[in-house]
Design a protein around this ligand. Structure first.
Ligand code: SF4
Ligand code: SF4
Length: 380
């Protein structure tokens, strides 16, 4: 590898590359952070990105291409074309490449399911929970409720791709219902549940004080699922258990902002993380653009995501904490390297619950794969 090789190809063994195939969406979620300009990525831009990634990445690098939006399935034909570009590229290596797609769950058909299965595309559907929670923040543009169609599509997805993930976003007004969300989704047959806090919300001490009890209840649901040999994978628990058992997050499980993650907007602007591409002032985080070729102007070495909070330096659980998540930090504190109080409280509560679970069910045979290196859910 030469000195002219872009920085993140020199320091990463895992590159996450997110493509905003469109910023159009049929929903109007109250917490949406995507800048909607009614535009989609051109196939020429997509080709330059795919070329750039596959021509520059070292042979031993794992690459994940992610289709994102807006609602990417509104541009299903474009997704098919880009998938073909990736899979027929001369440097495409099947065993080292993954493709994923994040959808709002309102667009689904047999043709889409067949394509995703045939091309081994990992699917994540967003659903905040039962109707009274989903319809609170995730309505169609005309104000119609989305819960019915999303629930129906999740049931179809359970039959089509048994290991797909559902991502549920929670806000201060819905955090208390998280155990209900887990119960609802597992009742639909979902096995992989990712609970994600709304990074744009104003989180206060009131919600932080609720976490120990809420996560304790989710921990109970997690244990019960193992005891009946029908395990649930819940990111906030699984990732902590795996991190504790492995002695901390590995370098590839941590945020790779600035070292192994790129997000491309529909118009070809480049960002160090998909969430920052849609922030209120995305140009603040723009690190380059795609024109005749891909131009990255970022001084990657200057983007550090190691927490600078003084209390983190001596914290006994820092190895298991996501205080390195640059975008969460930015939205909470305005600085990539400064953790907000809600994330700190959430990490402490989740790590405590994970310790208790390990103590309680570590001898249960069905739980043993955690000891053997289960991939972290939040690496999706
Ligand atoms: S589905 Fe996603 S892109 Fe669409 S409005 Fe909701 S959060 Fe935004
Ligand atoms: S738990 Fe809080 S204090 Fe400890 S490392 Fe994480 S953010 Fe820092």
């Amino acid at each position: 590898m030469s000195d002219s090789t872009p920085y993140f190809f020199r320091c990463s063994k895992f590159l996450k590359c997110t493509l905003f195939v469109t910023d159009k969406c049929n929903l109007d979620c109250s917490y949406c952070y995507v800048c909607k300009k009614n535009s989609s990525m051109s196939i020429e831009t997509a080709k330059k990105i795919v070329d750039y990634i596959l021509l520059n990445s070292p042979k031993d690098e794992e690459i994940q291409f992610g289709f994102f939006g807006g609602e990417p399935l509104l541009e299903f034909d474009l997704i098919k074309e880009i998938t073909k570009l990736i899979k027929t590229h001369k440097n495409f290596r099947q065993y080292q490449s993954r493709i994923s797609l994040a959808t709002n769950g309102t667009v689904f058909s047999k043709e889409i399911a067949d394509f995703l299965i045939e091309n081994d595309i990992a699917v994540a559907i967003s659903c905040d929970g039962p109707s009274e929670i989903q319809d609170l923040n995730r309505k169609f543009i005309d104000g119609a409720k989305s819960s019915k169609i999303v629930e129906s599509n999740i049931k179809k997805a359970v039959r089509s791709f048994p290991s797909f993930q559902v991502t549920a976003v929670y806000s201060p007004d819905t955090i208390e219902y998280l155990p209900l969300v887990v119960e609802y989704l597992s009742g639909l047959g979902v096995k992989r549940i990712s609970l994600s806090h709304n990074v744009l919300s104003k989180w206060t001490k009131k919600e932080a004080d609720m976490l120990a009890e809420i996560y304790g209840l989710i921990g109970r649901q997690f244990i019960d699922s193992y005891l009946v040999k029908n395990p649930l994978y819940i990111n906030l628990i699984d990732s902590k258990i795996a991190a504790i058992l492995r002695g901390g997050y590995t370098v590839f499980e941590k945020c790779r902002m600035g070292t192994g993650e790129l997000a491309f907007s529909t118009e070809g602007k480049i960002y160090p993380c998909e969430r920052l591409a849609g922030s209120i002032n995305p140009d603040e985080h723009c690190i380059g653009y795609v024109k005749d070729s891909v131009n990255i102007q970022m001084k990657s070495q200057e983007i550090s995501t190691s927490a600078r909070n003084s209390e983190c330096l001596d914290c006994g659980i820092k190895k298991y904490c996501v205080n390195w998540c640059g975008c969460s930090n930015f939205f909470a504190t305005g600085c990539y390297e400064r953790v907000g109080p809600f994330v700190c409280a959430s990490e402490k509560a989740a790590i405590k619950v994970a310790y208790e679970i390990i103590r309680e069910i570590k001898d249960t045979s069905v739980f043993c794969h955690h000891l053997n290196g289960t991939p972290l859910m939040n690496a999706f």
